[in-house]
Design a protein. Structure first.
Length: 313
C-alpha cells in the first residue's frame, strides 16, 4: 500500500473545508496543507486574533470565523452564518486534561467542548455538508468509559484524564452512530475519525502544570518522542481527503500508533458498542437540544425526539 504523504493530497480547488480549532496544533497544520492544495478553508476558532495570525502563515483561500464550542449559542450562531455548501467538516478542536471547568451551558469542560460542542455543530451544519465529517479522537479513548450517571463529573471527584478519555471515546461513538444514521437516511455523506498519535502540540501544555518532578520528566520525554504537528495532522488530512471507508479510523502506522505515516487503525471494543453509541446520541440530543436533521426516503426521522431541558447528569 502506498504511504500517504503531503504529496498525495489531491487538488482541492472548488472545495470548502471547515476546521475547528485551526489556530494552533494539528488543526492549524491540517488547515495549511488543505489550503495549499486549493481548498477554501474556514478556520473556526474561539480567538479571532489567534485565528488571523494562523491564517497569515498559510497560502491559499483562508477565512477566519469565530466559534466557541464551549458555548452552544456560539455554535448555533456559527452554523447560522455558514450558509455555503461545505464539503468536509473536520471536528478537531479539543481540550486535554485541564483543571475542572464548566462550559457556558454547565457541562464538564472536556465533555462539553470535545463532544457536545462538535455534536451540535455537526448536526446543525449537516444539511450543507456534501462529502464527509471527520472527528478527531485519541488513543486515550481506549481507557475511556461513558458514565451516563455522571457524564459531567458532578457526583464524583474530578479526574482530568478519565474525563478526557470519556470525551475521546464519545468522539468515536458519535462517529459510529452518525454513520449509522447517514446510512439509514440514504445520505452520500460519510463519517470518519482520526487521531494524531503522539504529536508535539499545545495540548501537552497542561501535562506538567503543578506536577511532581517525576511527572514533569515524563512529560519532557513525551515531548522528545512526539512527532511534529504536521506529522500529527497527516492522519486527519488522510481521513478528510483519501478514499477511505465510511466509519473508518485513521492514525499513525508506527509503534503503538504513536508516530508514522497514516493508515487505517483499530478501535477499542467500547468504541464499537452500537447500543452505547445510540444511547449517547439520544442523551446528547437532550443535553444540546440539537437533533439529527435528515430523514429517510420514506420521510421518517432517523433521530429520537428533541430534548426538553433535561437536567445535566
Amino acid at each position: 500500500m502506498t504511504t500517504f504523504t503531503k504529496a498525495h493530497i489531491p487538488a482541492l480547488a472548488g472545495r470548502t473545508i471547515v476546521v475547528t480549532g485551526a489556530n494552533s496544533g494539528i488543526g492549524r497544520a491540517a488547515a495549511g496543507m488543505l489550503a495549499a492544495k486549493g481548498a477554501h478553508v474556514v478556520l473556526a476558532v474561539r480567538d479571532l486574533a489567534k485565528g488571523r495570525a494562523a491564517a497569515a502563515t498559510m497560502t491559499g483561500d483562508v477565512d477566519v470565523r469565530r466559534l466557541d464550542l464551549a458555548d452552544l449559542a456560539s455554535v448555533r450562531e456559527f452554523a447560522e452564518r455558514s450558509a455555503e455548501p461545505i464539503d468536509v467538516l473536520i471536528n478537531n478542536a479539543g481540550l486535554m486534561i485541564p483543571p475542572l471547568g464548566r462550559t457556558t451551558d454547565g457541562f464538564e469542560l472536556q465533555f462539553g467542548t470535545n463532544h457536545l460542542g462538535h455534536f451540535a455543530l455537526t448536526n446543525l451544519l449537516l444539511p450543507r455538508i456534501r462529502d464527509r465529517v471527520v472527528t478527531v479522537s485519541s488513543t486515550g479513548h481506549r481507557t475511556g468509559a461513558i458514565d451516563f450517571d455522571d457524564l459531567n463529573w458532578k457526583r464524583r471527584a474530578y479526574r482530568a484524564f478519565p474525563a478526557y478519555a470519556q470525551s475521546k471515546l464519545a468522539n468515536l461513538l458519535f462517529t459510529l452512530e452518525l454513520q449509522h444514521r447517514l446510512t439509514e437516511a440514504g445520505s452520500p455523506v460519510i463519517a470518519t475519525a482520526a487521531h494524531p498519535g503522539l504529536a508535539a502540540t499545545n495540548l501537552l501544555g497542561h501535562l506538567d502544570s503543578g506536577q511532581s518532578p517525576l511527572r514533569r520528566l515524563r512529560t519532557t520525554l513525551i515531548g522528545l518522542l512526539a512527532q511534529s504537528e504536521e506529522a500529527g495532522a497527516l492522519p486527519v488530512v488522510y481521513a478528510a481527503v483519501a478514499d477511505v471507508p465510511a466509519g473508518s479510523y485513521a492514525g499513525p502506522g508506527g509503534f503503538l500508533q504513536g508516530r508514522g505515516a497514516p493508515k487505517l487503525v483499530g478501535q477499542s471494543r467500547a468504541a464499537r458498542d452500537n447500543a452505547v453509541a445510540h444511547r449517547l446520541w439520544t442523551v446528547s440530543e437532550e443535553l444540546t437540544g440539537v437533533t439529527f436533521p435528515l430523514t429517510t426516503a420514506s420521510g421518517e426521522r432517523t433521530s429520537s425526539p428533541p430534548g426538553h431541558g433535561r437536567q445535566i447528569p
